[in-house]
Design a protein around this ligand. Sequence first.
Ligand SMILES: [Zn+2]
Length: 331
Amino acid sequence: MAEQHADIYPWLLDYWAKLNRYLQHDRLPSALMLHADEGLGLVELACSFANRVCCLQPNNEGMACGQCASCLLFNAGSYPDFYHLQPEDGKSTIRIDAIRELSANLSLSAQYTKPRVVLIDTADAMPHQAANSLLKTLEEPSDNTCLILIAHNLSKVPLTIRSRCQLLSLKTIDRDQACSWLELSGCQQASEYLSLANGAPLLAQNLAQLEALDKQTALFKQLISVFKGQLDPLLFAEACFSHKELPVLQWLIAWFTDALKCAHGCSSDKLIKPSLAIELKILTAKLELKQLHQILDKLMQLSELESTQVNQQLMFEEFAVCCYSLSLTKG
Ligand SMILES: [Zn+2]
């Protein structure tokens, strides 16, 4: 049974204990890869660990003291031996220049005697060139330095990088524990939000703050209204676009996947959202199987475009108009 620590999310305590063991045995690896889904708090964990590594007087529970000279610098974001690399605002990847700058810094000696910590957040957000540049740093590790690479999708991390890191994977987390944590943090409908976030508690917390369940229900009703001919598809597109902070495309994909399952005679308990089974019949009454496939294909294409510079409003408008015109053609 792992110890309790207020600063560490409960589902990460075992993970935290593993990291701490490296320090207890004085065997901090030169490169670690922390792997788990998004929304579980790996970055916060890695930062707590980096703080723990640099702390001059860790407390009896193995946590950073928060008061020593190193902790004060660390908490002010100015500890010189901690490097946190992440994509710049609005970008999705880490710049190659940032990796080159890091290599240059690591070639200099450390400012303090404690190990230097580099956090790469994330390793799956590195363009090919940046990954190649990092590889050189991994191949010739600097003295007394630990690189921590966060990875959400291992298949996006080049094998050459992965093979040079000690991998710590977090595959599943305890759902009941995550639910209790969400409830304690003030989330109503904790279980529903956890499902909406595919089991990731921090993502669930964020969605709850955005009142995502209410917005999702309203959006689904609007979609049905488009198919009933009661709502202008352009107004539906506007509603989709107005929820930029929410995974609207993923919701649409889930609804049409369920509609397709219904059309194939699947029982409602096999659906992603069983509670929608009755209303989904409106979609299956209006659309042929072929058309449902067409809409899903379109949504898949759009989700690939989502992270690009494509005009999102136009994208939803085109989709809504396509749904509307298909809904007029059956029978
Ligand atoms: Zn300290």
